[in-house]
Design a protein around this ligand. Structure first.
Ligand code: PGA
Ligand code: ZN
Length: 411
């Protein structure tokens, strides 16, 4: 039984306003969640905040939602999430704000976990029935696009992914070391490099795509050799941000039609042995995605973020079209924990790899680490920076306290 709900305005890592929710149960258990926000937001995501921002959302939840939740003895996770959808009444949570619904939803789940004396990951994995595994961390090493200024790379994220580490700790340290090595390499080049970082902690430098990949490759080779590891390279192109309706726009390179964009990605994959490619094409390009997936999908994760927006209807379409082999999971894209789990289940049933993900504007909340342990093979949450390492360090703690094994992607 929910006894009380507290809502407060806090700030995220970009200094933007967001909400933190606490759900209090009559047993005395408490669950808390605070919601992140994106900069390269997909067209089909839940609307993060109502038009009037956090203040309007707080007022709406106080007046319209809280009275229906407090003392309601019929609530379980599914019913709570259903009720949130009904009260809001829109397709994309535009009245309440998806950041409010997801915060209520996850805070409730965490309160129930505390009531049953389980860590959140254990509660979740008991509910949905997958064997817990520590997810492999995708680290953001060089960053641009919507996460930095015009002087940065045009591609949003240059990533590394340790493929078969002995422990999650080794993998987290590996990404941090690649980040440090990349910083050293960029400083040696000096040209225009100020040491600045983007929203997710990746280095910001005036490089074209291939220059950035060369820096990344050199940095990861040093770490692989020194620590005897196998580290893959990945990209998030966040290509919806580049697509103008007829071409993908590049400032440091030629603009590309869809066919040229696909050729470009295929040649980068050959040259740099890319293991992970997220949003290579626009969010509506299901067919282009399936061309790429049929060429590269045997040895590379082709992951849909804006393509799927954690939405089972869009995922279903992707499965039918064979558009990808991997799904990015961002709980606030869909606005409830039930919606998040439905997306994960649909992916699992079709042998997709799941990647739970942070947003560029994050809080220090570490719930996505628990979601990752319960049900995803990979976690994408940066390599450095307080709001990123809060999640990575939680994985190290869970590893230390349990005998849960680390995932692997021997590809
Ligand atoms: P966002 O970007 O959080 O700014 O939407 C992250 C991503 O595209 O993966
Ligand atoms: Zn993305």
């Amino acid at each position: 039984l929910i006894n009380d709900i507290k809502l407060r305005k806090i700030i995220n890592s970009r200094g933007e306003e967001t909400v933190e929710v606490e759900v209090y149960l009559s047993s005395g258990s408490v669950g808390r969640f605070s919601a992140p926000s994106g900069a390269s937001v997909g067209k089909y995501e839940a609307k993060a905040l109502p038009d009037g921002g956090v203040d309007e959302g707080i007022k709406y939840v106080e007046d319209e939602v809280k009275p229906k939740l407090i003392g309601n003895d019929a609530l379980n996770q599914r019913k709570l999430d259903q009720l949130l959808k009904e009260v809001d009444g829109t397709e994309n949570f535009s009245k309440m704000g998806g950041n409010f619904s997801i915060s209520l939803s996850i805070a409730f789940a965490k309160a129930v976990a505390e009531e049953t004396d389980k860590p959140f990951y254990e509660h979740l994995s008991d509910e949905i029935g997958y064997n817990p595994l520590l997810p492999l961390p995708l680290g953001n090493i060089i960053e641009g696009g919507e996460h930095a200024g015009e002087g940065a790379t045009e591609i949003q994220e240059f990533l590394t992914l340790p493929l078969d580490p002995d422990s999650v700790k080794e993998a987290v340290l590996a990404n941090a070391r690649v980040h440090q090595e990349a910083g050293k390499i960029l400083s040696e080049r000096k040209r225009d490099f100020s040491g600045g970082k983007g929203d997710e902690g990746g280095w910001v430098a005036p490089l074209n795509t291939e220059e950035a990949l060369n820096v990344l490759e050199k940095a990861k080779n040093r770490v692989e050799n020194r620590f005897n590891l196998n580290i893959g390279i990945g990209l998030d192109l966040a290509a919806s941000e580049m697509w103008d309706g007829s071409v993908y726009r590049y400032r440091r390179d030629l603009d590309k039609r869809e066919k040229d964009q696909i050729d470009f990605i295929e040649s980068l994959t050959q040259e740099y042995d890319l293991k992970y490619i997220e949003d290579p094409l626009d969010q509506d390009a299901f067919d282009g995605f399936s061309d790429l997936n049929s060429e590269l999908g045997n040895s590379t994760l082709i992951c849909g973020d804006d393509l799927f927006t954690t939405n089972k209807t869009r995922i279903k379409k992707g499965i039918k079209n064979k558009s990808a082999n991997s799904i990015l999971i961002k709980p606030n894209q869909i606005g409830t924990l039930t919606g998040t789990v439905e997306a994960i289940e649909m992916g699992k049933e079709n042998n997709y790899k799941l990647v739970v993900s942070h947003r560029s504007g994050e809080t220090s909340d570490n719930s996505i680490s628990h979601i990752g342990v319960a049900c995803t093979e990979v976690i994408k949450t940066g390599a450095v920076g307080g709001e990123r390492v809060s999640k990575l360090n939680e994985l190290i703690r869970i590893e230390e306290k349990t005998n849960i094994e680390v995932s692997n992607l021997r590809c």
